[in-house]
Design a protein around this ligand. Structure first.
Ligand SMILES: C[S@@+](CC[C@H](N)C(=O)[O-])C[C@H]1O[C@@H](n2cnc3c(N)ncnc32)[C@H](O)[C@@H]1O
Length: 224
């Protein structure tokens, strides 16, 4: 059965996300498929083999957890989110798809979590963050925690909004104004922060912009 583990989280941040998603979660999967681009591309690129483990940080409705479990039939899949409302929706979706035995969920804060404490796993073969960093004002605090959660030889994948550099100015203004309604603030500094972490730890970094700067996909690889 899909489980929600109760661990201390930043109550204010959790309540803020609950307020944003209290009703949005019911239309989330249908509406977001049109503008959270690159999520399925990321999942395909995880290339999980056998019983390897995968963790999603900020798993929301569980849409990506389910897609990952279906794409990689033997993978062990984990996800956590700061919003209990979103987790409730994810647990129901996971149960509906009959995947509760393969996917575990928890309530935790991406800026302060420990893989071992949360799920009893010392590290994950794949960690991913999909359109969540841009919702966290202190997103730079997430990156070292996420890097710590990568098992030797594993990878951290991140997809999120880019700075729209190849798209018209009016499009960027409209998009950013729309995103602001959901407390989403794309940041251009993630690449630099990841370069710093890669240099510090001897990890390899691959960073690409997608769809003329609409989104980016970064991969941090930890040596075996
Ligand atoms: C835009 S949704 C993305 C959900 C999912 N990853 C996807 O691609 O559909 C962002 C999610 O991040 C969660 N979130 C925001 N701040 C968080 C934090 N500090 N720790 C964990 N999750 C957080 C929100 O509750 C929300 O479910």
């Amino acid at each position: 059965m899909a489980r929600i583990l109760e661990l201390p989280v930043d109550a204010d941040a959790g309540e803020k996300m609950d307020a944003i998603y209290r009703y949005q979660r019911y239309i989330y999967d249908f509406t977001r498929k049109y503008y959270l681009l690159g999520r399925d591309r990321l999942i395909r690129g995880l290339n999980v083999s056998g019983h390897q483990s995968v963790l999603e940080i900020g798993c929301g409705t569980g849409r990506n957890l389910i897609a990952t479990a279906l794409a990689f039939r033997e993978a062990r899949v984990f996800g956590f989110d700061i919003s209990k409302a979103m987790l409730e929706t994810s647990v129901k979706s996971i149960q509906r798809r009959g995947l509760s035995h393969r996917i575990r969920t928890a309530n935790a804060d991406a800026t302060n979590f420990e893989a071992e404490t949360l799920f009893g796993e010392p590290g994950f073969d794949r960690v991913f963050i999909s359109y969540t960093l841009s919702m966290i004002p202190v997103w730079h605090e997430v990156l070292p925690c996420a890097a710590d959660a990568i098992a030797p030889g594993g990878e951290l994948h991140i997809v999120d909004f880019g700075m729209q550099q190849g798209l018209p100015g009016w499009f960027k203004r409209l998009l950013f104004a729309w995103l602001e309604r959901f407390s989403v603030r794309p940041t251009g500094d993630v690449k630099f922060a990841l370069e710093y972490i890669a240099r510090q730890r001897g990890y390899a970094l691959r960073y690409e912009t997608l769809y003329r700067g609409y989104a980016y996909h970064a991969v941090l690889k930890r040596p075996a």
